[in-house]
Ligand binder design. Sequence first.
Ligand code: ATP
Ligand code: MG
Length: 647
Amino acid sequence: MIGKILGNRYEIIEKIGGGGMALVYKARCQLLNRYVAVKILRPEFTSDEEFIGKFRRESQAAASLSHPNIVNIYDVGTDDHDIYYIVMEYVKGKTLKQMIKEKGPLSSEETINIAKQISLALHHAHSNHIVHRDIKPHNILITDDGRVKVTDFGIARAVTSSTVTNTGNVIGSVHYFSPEQARGGYIDEKSDIYSLGIVMYEMATGRLPFEGESPISIALKHIHEDVIPPTLINQEIPKALEDIIMKAIQKDQLKRYSSAKEILEDLNQALKQPMGNFVKFDEDDDSPTQMIPVIKEKEPLKNKTSYAELKPKRKNNHRWIVWGAVATAFVLALLFIGGMFYLKDIFIAQEKTVPSVIGKSYEEAKENLENLGLKVELGQEQYSSEFERGQVMFQDPKAGEIVKAGYPIRLIISKGPKMTEVPTLVNRMVNEIDFILENAKLKGGIVKYEYSTLPIGIVISQSPEAGKSVPENTEVNVVVSQGPETKLVLMPNLIGEKIEDAKKMLETLNLILGNVDYKSDERVEKGRVISQSIPAGTEVEEKRVVDLVVSKGPENVGQPSEEDELQMKPVSLMINFQRAQREEFVLRILKKQNGISTEIYKATHRKSKGSQSIVIEGRGRAVIEVYFDDIPVDTVKIDFETGSTYD
Ligand code: ATP
Ligand code: MG
């Protein structure tokens, strides 16, 4: 991985960590020239399509969050569908887990301070309807200057049952799971509050409340066992902090803090009044089974009876009156009850519980409701991306409500997703497509870059194709040209080789043989190469033209020939790339000597590389001109004999 460039811009520098589903690397964004953290999904997950889909959706959702206590997500991408990654803010510091490991229990102020920042992060995410689901000290990063940044929002949601069985690691967070998570129950914002409570417990005591031999045994403890009160482990924990922890980790969701804001308020209060008794716990006896008032009512009733029994004489005296009254009452009651039965159907209709018909076909829904004696009323059909055409997408009253028989239930039937035609993106510039897609009520999908002879940035292909009818908000993927593929080859040394071999070599490397000059030479055998226009060892683009000088053998016997006359002298030139205007640019070097200008070097370089030393060869004095993309950037006068510059 190290050295690899993802998405054409993130250069992987080093590994910084790894968890159950991913490895995390430090990387450099070449475009914005900053460090980022790149989280790359472990290969065992990349074949799980359900997981990949969720991973992408969740990380895209998390990318919408922006808060100083949340690790910013910059990008979500894939490389050839076998590397899936999230690019995020690089946080220099350590995880809260490391911090607790190193320091042991934290002071109460520190615990509260960190908990406050986590609560702020949760408050922001919860307001955006994102539940973290995996709050644990490994996902809490602390910068060197003490700021808290929570990472991995919502990503745990991508974990399916199949991924859990694929790798044992994933289940590691069970130490922080809420009872409802451990049970596989309904998870909401309060599940994050519970996990935060466990994290606070760990910060304050240096220990986890529940440990066990297996994930299952730990999960069971979350569901059934009470924690050891934090102050029994660390007496220095003030009352208010202990109360907050205990309220956050209530097993019953309803008894916990109902929002991150609530716990935040108590944390603030705890800083002011560490020993205060302000944390409100829900009493146990407000449960729905309330016996007490009923018993209280019976009591005076009993007393009345006994009071009456104490005065039997009085009753006896008026026995006939009593019997008469009883008989009359009895008859009246009979009449009344009879009447009730008779009139019931007229005045008191039967009560019905409204069933759920959402997702059912209209016919089925109608039948269900009418069988129950309810009426069906139709609202105007609506488009829906969730429900198929003809399905009930909305009902009023909702399922579970009690209504009288004959009550109308209003249904709205789905027209299915609203369709739209895919516009033509091929041959458009990549920066135009978001606008075009938005106008067509579609979304941008995966943008993949490929080499092509088309200009850089032009869309080569798209999927779905133009003209197709698709549901609104469908993602359209495109392949974009990144220009022609430029392969670099290393210029070989041809000096001393036979011209035929030199030709073959150039051909094999896809270089082109240019001018071949024949010169007489004392020392070089006839037919062998004396010099080459591009020095050996230079990286050049394919199809570059290479001129050669070939020996005719010795000619004029007796002509003085200096030993090193034709020996070129190398000089190393340090070129700084700072003035290049583009990331990829063509560096050309021209040598001007005796009024003749020759190109002695041409190759593509990357600006981000900074600089490079390039070896050029020559004899005597020459003016060297350096060009970036045909723009002159430097001129140096070089004396090849001394290897230095002259004026
Ligand atoms: P899990 O897979 O359950 O999330 P985890 O949180 O330990 O477990 P990762 O999320 O993959 O694993 O993170 C691994 C490590 O990488 C972290 O413990 C942390 O040290 C480091 N790390 C993660 N994100 C960043 C970041 N944005 N900046 C710096 N370091 C990071
Ligand atoms: Mg993590």
